[in-house]
Design a binder for this molecule. Structure first.
Ligand code: AMP
Ligand code: MG
Length: 699
């Protein structure tokens, strides 16, 4: 009974609504395990149906069970279907409509069809509500003009759902009749294409289940929680999808377990809990960080870089929610789940070259084979069997026909009208690709935590994967602190310097693929900084600040984090760098980097980069470096790691003239960092040193 994906659709019987999302159009929302994706807008039924079909195909390929809800009646009051189709099967009525409804982008025949149906019965009705200017034969404008009494006004489901409109009314505010006529043909087509069970008409045995929904059941929650920038229809389908996908299995089972009725019924009718389930906050999939996550074991006065990194690695985890995105949206995102190949690649054995296919090993010497009529080309396979000793024309990428396992290159063959001749030897299997030799269906092709590259998009596409679970983009706030700072490009007052860190760190974080929230500059003023942090913790998943991170009088960042009980002042055995202040502000992690631009940058690369990656859902990642000969000499003390601004000329590593940590221009001069390990070291010219190009830090 468990469903992997829930799709909720708010259908429309109206005309094309144009390209910009608006109300009273078609809206759909997918949710998994209580987590809704962004609602989707469709300007017309054609686009919506096309998308739904693609979605169902995708889910089917991934072996996911789907529960799809549509907000219109699946059946009519008792006896109507039989009167039209001669059958009591409500699905026969779906097909009946599918055969008769004409729906083009510009117009459709729903009113005419309703008029024609009315004419089949004595009296006026049951349909009414001609919404057109011109009169339609047999279709009255008012319900009160009807005289036909063959069918009930309401389905029995609507005896309880008293606010629901009868299916006979085709136009006017709130009317649903048109949606039904314009919706059932779509369901009829989808049902034929996919393995669908329709509730409550059929046993729910197929991977896809269609249910009838009525968003008014959760109207109260919709009204109470609708964000101002979201259309009501969009919010309805979102809440509905969230509620149903997050529903405990036994509850869902209970709601689906109703008496079969040819009239159809409304999912969740009379369920008091549905409203409540829609209002439940989406469960956090991600545990929040512990208050002591940055606390460093006491003892060592200076913490080695490796210990500090290990600490971040152990204590940090993803803080963002997961979402499902199409491949086109996935580049640069972190995978929230392993990706499984939905199909083997290649899906079938095929030819690696243009040539001629036959069976088996061709020993040394001349070969002469009759050609089979026909050919096998990519996308146009040959369906017959190639007899032993025969060959067939085959092109690159074409499936190997039955009886073929080997292909000879066309350049190596002499061809007559119906024979080929060539010289052996040729191994069995030459120039042929095995099914699944690249990837096998069911293989994990990419692991959770991996950052998706353009190449991965190709790999996933080839393996039939169209949608994947990723982490939502991490929102990184960047803040500079200090009374001395002013904005670059403005007039600096006496004693003022330009804020160099913020533009630099914003660009770094955005280059890492995060959403950057520029938090501006904070003065050396505790209440003001507190306000800024309060606001930032609402808008960001993590805050990176620079300056004010030591334990001095004006080091307000450390002082404020101290007040939360979460402050950890890391004294790291590293140059450049002073203490790193880390803590949580309203559960939002804060990385307080040193103020000096060079130290801020190096600490960002060495510590913030892996930390943000973990917070954003990435796997831990060691930055690679290369051993290259030094073009410099240097002797360093034991007990700390040093990073020097460096660049490569003629295969040798040159370092920047000054190690001063305020000399930001050296960062521009450099193309990477030299990393000298913790022990004492004397570097002579020509010694191998570890160079890490900025590119390896994803700069
Ligand atoms: P602090 O860590 O606040 O004591 O700052 C250390 C040094 O870095 C001081 O010389 C600050 O003026 C300088 N500094 C702090 N923030 C920035 C910044 N955003 N841009 C340039 N220099 C800064
Ligand atoms: Mg300062």
């Amino acid at each position: 009974m468990k469903f992997d994906s829930v799709l909720m659709v708010d259908w429309s019987g109206g005309n094309d609504r144009g390209p910009t999302p608006k109300k009273d159009a078609i809206w759909a929302c997918v949710a998994r395990e209580g987590h809704p994706e962004d609602p989707l807008y469709f300007r017309n039924r054609h686009e919506a149906e096309r998308w739904i079909a693609t979605f169902l195909a995708q889910e089917q390929a991934l072996n996911r069970r789907v529960l799809a809800g549509f907000d219109f009646a699946f059946g009519y009051p008792h006896g109507f279907g039989n009167a039209l189709t001669g059958s009591d099967d409500p699905l026969a009525l779906w097909d009946w409509f599918a055969e008769r409804v004409v729906d083009t982008a510009k117009e459709n025949n729903r009113f005419e069809l309703a008029g024609e149906i009315n004419s089949m019965f004595s009296g006026i009705g049951p349909f009414w509500g001609n919404g057109l200017k011109r009169d339609i034969a047999g279709l009255p404008r008012k319900g009160s003009l009807r005289t036909n009494t063959s069918f009930a006004e309401r389905r029995s489901a609507e005896q309880t759902a008293t606010r629901a409109f009868p299916v006979w009314q085709l136009s006017g505010a709130g009317a649903v009749g048109s949606q039904v006529i314009m919706g059932l043909p779509m369901l009829s087509r989808l049902r034929r294409k996919f393995s669908v069970s329709v509730w409550p008409f059929e046993p729910l045995e197929n991977p896809i289940t269609f249910i009838e929904i009525w968003p008014s059941l959760i109207a109260k929650t919709v009204a109470a929680t609708q964000p101002p920038d979201r259309v009501k229809d969009a919010h309805q389908v979102l809440l509905m999808a969230k509620a149903v996908s997050g529903m405990p299995d036994d509850h869902l089972r209970k709601l689906l377990n109703v008496e079969p009725t040819a009239e159809g019924t409304i999912f969740g009718l009379n369920d008091p809990e549905l409203l409540e389930m829609a209002s439940q906050q989406t469960a956090l999939t991600t545990p929040s960080l512990r208050n002591d996550c940055f606390a460093m074991p006491q003892g060592a006065h200076w913490t080695p870089v490796s210990v500090a990194l290990q600490h971040l690695r152990d204590r940090l985890g993803p803080v963002t929610e997961t979402e499902t995105v199409a491949l086109s949206q996935a580049n640069g995102q972190f995978l929230a789940k392993d990706v499984i190949a939905a199909r083997s690649h290649p899906p079938a054995p095929n030819a690696a070259v243009d040539g001629y296919g036959f069976a088996g090993y061709a020993p040394e010497g001349p070969h002469y084979m009759p050609l089979v009529a026909g050919r096998s080309a990519a996308g146009q396979p040959f369906h017959g069997v190639v007899p032993t000793g025969h060959a067939i024309r085959i092109l690159t990428g074409a499936n190997l026909p039955e009886g073929v396992d080997t292909v000879i290159l066309q350049e190596d063959v002499n061809v007559s009208q119906n024979h080929i001749a060539f010289q052996g030897p040729l191994k069995r299997g030459a120039n042929a690709r095995d099914a699944g030799e690249d990837m096998k269906r069911g293989d994990v092709i990419l692991a959770a935590g991996h950052k998706i590259t353009p190449a991965d998009l190709g790999t996933m596409a080839a393996a039939g994967v169209g949608h994947i679970h990723v982490r939502q983009q991490l929102r990184v706030g960047v803040l500079s602190t200090g009374d001395e700072l002013c904005e670059p490009g403005t007039q600096a007052g006496v004693g003022q310097i330009f804020d160099a860190n913020r533009p630099m760190l914003c660009a770094v974080a955005s280059g890492w693929g995060y959403e950057v929230v520029d938090l501006g500059r904070a003065p050396d003023d505790r209440p003001k900084l507190r306000n800024i942090l309060d606001d930032a913790s609402q808008r960001c998943d993590v805050i990176i600040s620079s300056g004010g991170a030591s334990a001095g009088d004006e080091d307000h960042m450390s002082a404020l984090l101290q007040g939360t009980g979460s402050l950890a002042l890391w004294r790291i055995a590293m140059k450049p760098g002073r203490p790193l202040a880390m803590g949580l502000w309203n559960d939002t992690p804060v990385f307080g980097l040193p103020g000096n631009p060079v130290a801020a940058m190096v600490c960002a690369l060495i510590f913030a980069r892996p930390a943000l990656r973990r917070l954003g859902g990435g796997a831990w990642h060691e930055t690679e470096g290369y051993m290259l000969p030094a073009a410099f000499t240097k002797s360093k003390k034991a007990g700390r790691r040093e990073y020097l601004r460096a660049r490569i000329r003629d295969g040798q590593v040159h370092t920047f003239a000054s190690e001063g940590s305020g000399r930001v221009s050296g960062l521009s001069w450099a193309t990477g960092l030299v990393e000298l390990g913790d022990p004492a070291q004397k570097v002579s010219s020509g010694d191998l040193v570890r160079f890490i190009p900025f590119g390896n830090f994803a700069l």
